[in-house]
Design a protein around this ligand. Structure first.
Ligand code: FES
Length: 612
């Protein structure tokens, strides 16, 4: 029985006053696990193993139980010690607690004026939600028509104005809020309409905000956008709380299908918690209220899409991997329990097929200018699941490759997130392994960009042979319990099992590329643009990826690293109904190709797993 299977002894509450959040905790969970299940953005660079010290919290009130392995933890027998900073991944609540997160342990919200990336200029506004302010005639005995008719009458005054908003239907909660809002605001209102549906009423001067979310398997990225100016106000990334149910999609699908009653609801609630946390924290960072968010767009792979919407996933997890729904869906935000405007909708981006979902469609949307620039282009979004589209002669072939978390530094022995102390580059210096860390700090572990470098360097140094075996003797090779490992820094190893994990990932990706090319009768040199999307893809070293055979050896100028294209695409969908239409066109135009069941897959995979 895992900790999450244990019944709640009793409902405990963890209060996070600095974040304005109160969450429930199960008796078996660490504070970090409870926080992450609710989308509270505590950094945990070592994934909760207790080694990085990144997840520091202060329990100012309440009883906690400390893991004996944590020397920093307080003893329950010594209440005075509760004032110490402790690792959130090493302590469990035994009563309701008040928790303060160390400032350095909170994932930062990036405000656009700090980021200064000019993103606002990119968003062409043609939003699904239009807003206007009206002044309504005060109700009197002589004029006692219903409040909503009073609003409709006020809107109808400039009758000849082109595009003047008109109300056809009214959201129930907007109708419930209308009388009080109208009277509190002295008969003036800011209205939000989606098409002809009145979805929100608020006092004049209220903001009109939108939230775009890229719901990834491992991380969720959120972007807060001003829907009146198109400006991006803030952005934030946090771990997808569903990670608690497994790092990969198949584990989560298996849990949903074969787990206890209510398993699907748990996964659905976890995905919704991530979106809600993003809405809350992003708004808090810019002094706004989450209820000022009147439109939400979410993209994710097909499994994320289904788990969020509560759609059945049994058929998605087994051949022929059929989705329940492929096209975009619009669902009231309150059905997810989100704290945004109750009348707002969540537009869930359309899927392609298999696990190729709306996040890849968003990446295609955002990179169109790049892939249009060549007769044959390839768009690849590298993540726990890697999605690939080959675009040739007006044909779009799309596939998904289960590359696993190893490339991003997950599930490898000394893997960690990209944080200070993470090894991001590995090379040779006088025949010895040399590393560079983020922030120039003492090495703590290895993050994704360092993983490919490590393997490429080990191969170049002859430490790893053509089949992927670590060779001895070498001054930087050690061994323990029969397993060899390369020593990158004191305490930071790259083991034989790590080499295998990266080999499997790179072979899965390269095999998908080769088979897509074969489907249109081409070979790798025909690729004119090799577009690498994804936050991880932005940092990888192309030479290392080519050296280990993950990418074909093309002239380097054909590679384009575009960063989080799914995030850019979902922001476009938030700002523009035309972008939503284009996304639906692209999704419908892509032909999904299932790789895992193809006869050639195994042969090509075995060819690609070695080094040539
Ligand atoms: S020490 Fe807690 S996540 Fe690393």
């Amino acid at each position: 029985m895992t900790s999450r299977d244990k019944p709640f002894a009793r409902a405990l509450t963890l209060n996070f006053p600095q974040l304005g959040r109160a969450i429930t905790a199960s008796g078996g969970e660490t504070v970090l696990q409870s926080a992450r299940r609710h989308g509270i953005r505590i950094v945990g660079a070592c994934g909760g193993r207790g080694t990085c010290g990144a997840c520091m919290v202060h329990i100012s009130d309440g009883e906690i139980e400390a893991d004996h392995a944590d020397p920093a933890a307080p003893s329950p027998a010594a209440p005075a010690n509760r004032k110490k900073w402790v690792r959130a991944c090493r302590v469990r609540a035994r009563s309701n607690c008040t928790v303060e997160v160390a400032p350095r342990s909170l994932a930062p919200v990036a405000r656009a004026d700090v980021a200064g990336d000019g993103d606002a200029d990119l968003l062409r506004l043609d939003a699904a939600v239009a807003s206007c302010e009206v002044h309504v005639a005060e109700a009197t005995l002589a004029d006692n028509v219903a409040d909503i008719d009073r609003v409709i009458r006020a809107l109808a005054l400039p009758i000849d104005a082109p595009g003047a908003p008109s109300i056809g239907t009214v959201d129930l909660v907007a109708a419930q809020q209308l009388p009080q809002t109208l009277r509190d605001a002295a008969w003036s209102l800011r209205l939000c309409l989606r098409g002809s549906e009145l979805i929100d009423v608020a006092p004049p001067g209220s903001r009109v905000l939108g939230l775009a979310v890229d719901l990834g398997t491992t991380n969720a990225a959120g972007f807060l956008v001003d829907l009146q100016s198109g400006a991006r106000l803030a952005s934030l990334g946090l771990e997808n709380p569903q990670v608690a149910w497994g790092a990969d999609l198949i584990s989560r699908i298996d849990y949903t299908v074969g787990g206890p009653a209510g398993a699907a609801d748990e996964l659905r609630a976890a995905a919704a918690a991530a979106i809600d946390a993003l809405a809350h924290d992003l708004c808090a960072a810019v002094g706004a209220r989450a209820t000022e968010i009147v439109d939400v767009v979410v993209c994710g792979n097909t499994a994320m899409h289904h788990l969020l919407l509560g759609l059945p996933v049994r058929q998605l997890g087994r051949a022929p991997f059929v989705a329940a729904v492929r096209d975009a869906m619009d669902v009231k935000a309150r059905e997810f329990g989100l704290g945004v405007s109750p009348g707002a909708y969540v537009h869930v981006a359309p899927n392609v097929g298999g696990f190729v979902g709306g996040d890849h469609v968003a990446a295609l949307l955002a990179t169109e200018s790049h892939w249009r620039a060549a007769a044959t282009s390839l768009v690849m979004d590298i993540g726990t699941n890697t999605e690939i589209s080959l675009i040739h002669d007006g044909v779009f072939l799309s596939a998904s490759s289960p590359s696993g978390p190893a490339l991003e530094g997950g599930h490898i022995s000394c893997g960690m997130r990209a944080a200070e102390g993470a090894i991001e580059r590995v090379g040779l210096d006088g025949g010895r392994l040399a590393v560079r860390t983020i922030g120039g700090k003492a090495p703590l572990g290895l993050c994704g960009s360092g993983v490919l470098d490590t393997l490429a360097t080990l191969r170049r140094a002859g430490i790893v042979d053509r089949r992927g075996r670590i060779q001895a003797p070498h001054r930087d090779v050690g061994g323990q319990d029969g397993e060899r490992f390369a020593v990158l820094a004191p305490g930071v190893h790259f083991t034989q099992a790590d080499v295998r994990a990266v080999q499997l990932a790179k072979a899965a990706i390269r095999t998908a590329v080769d088979l897509l090319l074969a489907d249109v009768g081409l070979e790798a040199p025909a690729i004119g643009r090799f577009i690498i999307a994804g936050a991880f893809g932005a940092y990888i070293d192309i030479d290392s990826a080519v050296a280990i055979g993950m990418f074909p050896d093309l002239p380097r100028e054909r590679f384009v690293q575009v960063g989080n294209a799914a995030g850019a695409g979902v922001r476009q969908m938030l700002a523009s109904t035309a972008a939503r239409s284009r996304a639906r066109q692209l999704a419908a135009g892509c032909r999904y190709v299932e790789m895992s069941t193809r006869a050639q897959f195994q042969r090509a995979f075995m060819h690609n797993i070695g080094f040539h």
